[in-house]
Design a protein around this ligand. Structure first.
Ligand SMILES: Nc1nc2c(ncn2[C@@H]2O[C@H](COP(=O)(O)OP(=O)(O)OP(=O)(O)O)[C@@H](O)[C@H]2O)c(=O)[nH]1
Ligand SMILES: [Mg+2]
Length: 312
């Protein structure tokens, strides 16, 4: 079984992100039924339905996931051809599905940094999380300071330091795993609250206009690299150094962008919604394509294929 670890600062949008990841799976499973299916354990569904229910009602979730007691467990099934990357396993075009088992856990970088400082004996559940080959660091776009204020002071600098500590912990745990393939860490950065990214920041990052789904191919990673270099220099350094260290390799980071459309005048239901056709009901206005790409990327990695060529 593969596992993915979502890490972020407190309040950086982790719960919302997990709710949207579930929303995208629901949608993929109904709209692209012949390409993707998923199922999850009852406890996982119960937890995610509670979060998704709030988002679909236009509110930010008050309820939070209890990762420790019930890590989220999914069975994702992709049409075999979807997972066929460059140099893939050459699965036949017989229309069958490949299934991957994925466990998703979340933790704040603050907690991990505390463990690291105190050299604490970790619970088995935490240790298992820290052995995740896929790590999803969240970068809260609303907290990126405009260039004029300097990028490497204040909360973002603190986050940068804690993120490095976190990645170091994961790398240490992965280095103990047998098998070189199992030891490669795949960072999949998720920029959250992108709707609240300051215009000066977008300008400084030379981000193309419009939503990331409309950006030219490859721009997500280009803008992501700029975010790393400008705002998270220690993390950028760590990732670059580790990529050269063959002992415990880190794959080059991939970037995904999430944001919600906010309706300012309606305080009780601040998130804009759209109806889910043909399924009925509502879902929040969120960038489905970003989540679809992320789910496919998780599927490919969990399936153990070599990294596929960059998708736009
Ligand atoms: N504008 C905007 N605000 C967001 C978005 N995602 C989260 N927020 C805001 O950030 C707050 C925290 O979001 P959560 O998803 O609960 O974040 P969290 O990291 O789980 O927070 P804690 O569990 O409290 O550490 C929400 O109440 C919203 O106000 C987004 O995509 N856009
Ligand atoms: Mg939360």
């Amino acid at each position: 079984m593969s596992s993915a670890l979502v890490v972020g600062d407190r309040g950086s949008g982790l719960t919302t992100f997990v709710g949207l990841l579930y929303a995208a799976q629901l949608r993929l499973g109904t709209e692209e039924e012949d390409g993707f299916r998923f199922s999850a354990e009852r406890q996982t569904i119960r937890q995610l339905e509670a979060i998704y229910g709030e988002l679909a009602a236009g509110r930010f979730p008050e309820w939070d996931v209890n990762w420790e007691e019930h890590p989220l467990s999914f069975l994702l099934a992709f049409r075999a051809s979807k997972l066929r990357g460059i140099g893939g396993r050459g699965v036949g075009a017989d229309g069958r599905f490949d299934t991957v088992e994925l466990q998703v856990g979340g933790i704040s970088v603050e907690e991990i940094s505390e463990f690291a400082v105190h050299d604490a004996i970790l619970e088995e559940s935490t240790r298992r999380l820290l052995r995740s080959t896929m790590v999803l660091p969240l970068v809260d776009a609303s907290r990126l300071p405009p260039a004029a204020q300097g990028g490497t002071t204040g909360p973002i600098a603190r986050y940068d330091a804690r993120l490095v500590t976190t990645l170091e912990q994961v790398r240490r745990c992965l280095a103990l795993e047998p098998g070189r393939k199992a030891r490669t860490m795949h960072p999949l950065f998720v920029v959250t609250k992108f709707d609240r990214c300051a215009p000066q920041v977008l300008e400084a990052l030379r981000a193309p206009p419009g939503p990331p789904s409309a950006w030219p191919s490859g721009m997500r990673d280009v803008v992501g690299t700029r975010i790393l270099e400008r705002y998270l220099p220690s993390t950028a350094h760590f990732v670059a150094e580790a990529a050269r260290d063959h002992g415990s390799p880190i794959a080059s980071p991939r970037w995904f962008y999430s944001g919600l459309q906010i309706v300012p005048q309606l305080n009780s239901t601040p998130i804009a919604r759209r109806s889910r056709i043909p399924r009925g009901g509502w879902e929040p206005e969120y960038p489905f394509e970003e989540y679809r790409d992320l789910i496919e990327q998780l599927g490919k990695l969990a399936h153990g294929l070599p990294r596929a060529a960059a998708s736009p």
